[in-house]
Design a protein around this ligand. Structure first.
Ligand code: MN
Length: 374
């Protein structure tokens, strides 16, 4: 196949052996990635995209930094390499202050999906999620042309003409950063900063679910990042609601053996459950952390485990999908959404109790009594 790409940048280092992951050595061997393989994937993406005019790139709902960064970076690649006009859209809201700062400080061009007329686009891409994942706002009558996601592969994803899914990589931003690196294009500073922060956030500073590729991409991007912008993103001003929510969280959290469970009741943004679950994981002696709360007729769940032998993604799917919700995630972190629009307050309360019971059973803590944190 004729290469559609410019020559690799002369100063770029030759490809290194990329076989030693930081964790999960056995699985890593199943997913060899090399610069040549990445160039091949990028070539196919660009060839395919060239036959199109307007691209819509969809993140997952209530997008996190990884999803936003991967979307914005992919838009840039499609515009520069394939001459396709591209926009990035998300369903839900951007709630966490860091994620809002990411968009604002770097002036990232992302729009709410409500402003999108799907039929105006002839190339639909999905990043950091997959069609079957259920946590995105692509109407059922559409199917994406391009799917790029580091979460475990779902069977339908390969119905997309271009799919780069699955694998142990810690962030979708790493995958797109590798495309950038293979393209030889200059990475604009806001895009480099976003990708860097996307990797940093998803891998929790390279300390979780991190592969050699994530470390390489992180180090490659770092010199190109805007350090002042990074500071503003990582340490944003927080709304009063944030402190109110933490007050509620500490008051309502219950410890069951080595699990902490926090029912936040009403939350001001869906992505706050992830933040609280993550925070309680820091509590001494905890192996599991579960946080959930209600936002606009849905219960949102977030789960973390410190035990690498566990699969939080599978566990949350077992508990939530059986009840008609959607769930996704991987080894140590996962999230889910369960609609409760039809339920009254009594039924919702019972549902929450049943779900907590199922989780405690799955954690091996059946029948444990909870103890309040304060
Ligand atoms: Mn991700």
């Amino acid at each position: 196949m004729k290469s559609s790409l410019p020559m690799r940048h002369a100063s770029e280092e030759p490809p290194k052996a990329r076989s030693r992951p930081l964790v999960r050595a056995a699985r890593m061997a199943l997913y060899p990635r090399s610069t040549e393989a990445t160039r091949g994937k990028l070539d196919r993406l660009v060839q395919y995209a060239r036959a199109h005019k307007k691209a819509l790139i969809l993140t997952h709902d209530n997008p996190d930094p990884d999803s936003i960064a991967a979307g914005v970076a992919l838009a840039h690649l499609l515009e520069k390499l394939a001459g396709v006009e591209a926009i990035v859209a998300y369903g839900g809201i951007v709630g966490r202050a860091e994620n809002r700062a990411l968009i604002k400080v770097l002036k990232l061009p992302v729009v709410p999906v409500a402003r999108v007329v799907f039929d105006e686009y002839d190339l639909i891409c999905m990043v950091d999620t997959q069609p079957e994942q259920g946590n995105h706002s692509l109407p059922a009558r559409h199917f994406p042309d391009v799917v790029i996601d580091h979460h475990p592969e779902r069977p339908d994803s390969h119905l997309a003409p271009i799919a780069d899914v699955g694998g142990p990589i810690g962030a979708t931003s790493t995958v797109v950063a590798e495309y950038f690196r293979a393209s030889g294009l200059k990475v604009p500073s806001p895009v480099a900063t976003a990708l860097f922060y996307g990797i940093k956030a998803d891998t929790r500073d390279l300390g979780r679910q991190t592969t050699r590729q994530d470390v390489d991409a992180y180090l490659w991007l770092f010199p190109m990042t805007d350090k002042d912008a990074l500071g503003e993103i990582e340490h944003p001003k927080l709304p009063l609601d944030y402190f109110r929510l933490y007050h509620t969280a500490i008051e309502r959290a219950q410890v069951y053996g080595d699990a902490v469970v926090c029912d936040l009741a009403d939350i001001y943004a869906p992505d706050m459950v992830a933040e609280v679950a993550e925070r309680f994981m820091s509590l001494e002696g905890m192996r599991w952390s579960l946080a959930f709360g209600e936002y606009e007729d849905n219960l949102y769940f977030s789960i973390r485990t410190g035990d690498r032998r566990m699969n939080a993604g599978r566990l949350i799917r077992d508990v939530i999908e059986a009840r008609g919700g959607s769930a996704g995630g991987h080894g140590t972190m996962a999230g889910a959404r369960l609609p409760v629009k039809e339920l009254g307050p009594v039924a919702t309360k019972r549902l929450k109790e049943d779900v907590v019971k199922d989780f405690l059973d799955a954690f091996g803590l059946k029948g444990r009594k909870g103890k309040k944190v304060v």
